[in-house]
Design a protein around this ligand. Sequence first.
Ligand SMILES: NC(=O)c1ccc[n+]([C@@H]2O[C@H](COP(=O)([O-])OP(=O)(O)OC[C@H]3O[C@@H](n4cnc5c(N)ncnc54)[C@H](O)[C@@H]3O)[C@@H](O)[C@H]2O)c1
Ligand SMILES: [Zn+2]
Length: 368
Amino acid sequence: MVTIRVPLLEQRDASYDILIGAGLIRQLDKILPEYCPAAAYAVISDSHVGTLYGASVAEQVSGAGCQVELFTFPAGEWNKTRDTWASLSDRMLAAHFGRDCAVIAVGGGVVNDVGGFVAATYLRGVPLVQIPTSLLAMIDSSIGGKTGVDVPAGKNLLGAFHQPRVVVADPELLASLASVQLAAGLAEALKHGVIADAEYFAFLEREYAGIFAKHAPALEHVVRRSVEIKASVVSHDERETGKRAILNFGHTVGHAIEATSKYEVSHGEAVAIGMVYEARLAESLGIATAGTAQRIKSALERLNLPVERPDASQVDALVAAMRADKKVRGGEIRLALPRAIGSAHGDDANGWTAVVPEAAIRQVLVNT
Ligand SMILES: NC(=O)c1ccc[n+]([C@@H]2O[C@H](COP(=O)([O-])OP(=O)(O)OC[C@H]3O[C@@H](n4cnc5c(N)ncnc54)[C@H](O)[C@@H]3O)[C@@H](O)[C@H]2O)c1
Ligand SMILES: [Zn+2]
């Protein structure tokens, strides 16, 4: 087992550990009393993962003799809503979960986000344990304390920061994950390589076949290195006022592709496409070295990810969606861009995003 600490500088007592190791899912009877003792546990999961893993987690925890109940909701991004949050909270209230309870979120990013938001708000906040089960959840959504739901006006617009007590990432659980979901997580992994570690990027370029074949050492390396990178970035900037912005590489165009495709394109796929356009933009602005975008594109293709905007995402609609992004400030479109493979553009003095003229964005979206 590997333990990666997320030291939160602004809020030291909320610092937490991410435990990574094959078989950890069977050791919760030891992990929970140590990291998150509670009188009762509400296990929150979705309809797929609840059957695969949620029920056995609940069974294992109830062996320790405390109140445990499994609450599931139908799987899918379209269920990451206020209604799901309300229904889960109401069911916990009806089952008389009190302030001495904790929430265990077992699932992909949707469960991490909605289960985390229930924990953040239930009786004004109860402790949270994240057990991510998709690659994207292990290396991204379970780390950093962001929780929330989607609303008709946009994704993730209601939520709260709520740090987990511990994150338990067991790569064995990825055995049941569909390849398309694995690829979606790999888009974020490749992003970590671009913004922080050229050697890791090269590993993903080289080892893609072993990763798709789910060879344990390859998968464990991906989970470990990506967690290290994300944990190190968020621990310096819990509330996203500085360096954390670099994690948004690929996401400004990516979110616009998600929205304009009416979420037909998944988050990971949209980020893959977004990284290609944003890297081309960085090259056209003289920020990134020549060839950066082409190398990202080739690597994404090996990872079975799309690299071109779909027909549904026309340029005007994309630009309008980018302007509606919650990160737009004062009408300026700001993007987190790479300088080269392994290095993000920006610094603490001048900021970690670049203001990009709309004309330059249009040119890249039209011409390529
Ligand atoms: N909070 C954050 O910082 C953050 C960061 C990135 C993404 N997100 C959010 O994460 C969500 C995407 O996460 P996701 O891609 O994990 O989606 P998801 O939770 O919908 O999972 C994808 C599908 O895989 C299934 N699944 C999950 N684990 C499985 C397993 N081990 N075996 C078989 N099936 C499994 C799920 O049931 C679901 O059907 C989005 O809502 C996004 O906004 C949040
Ligand atoms: Zn993302």
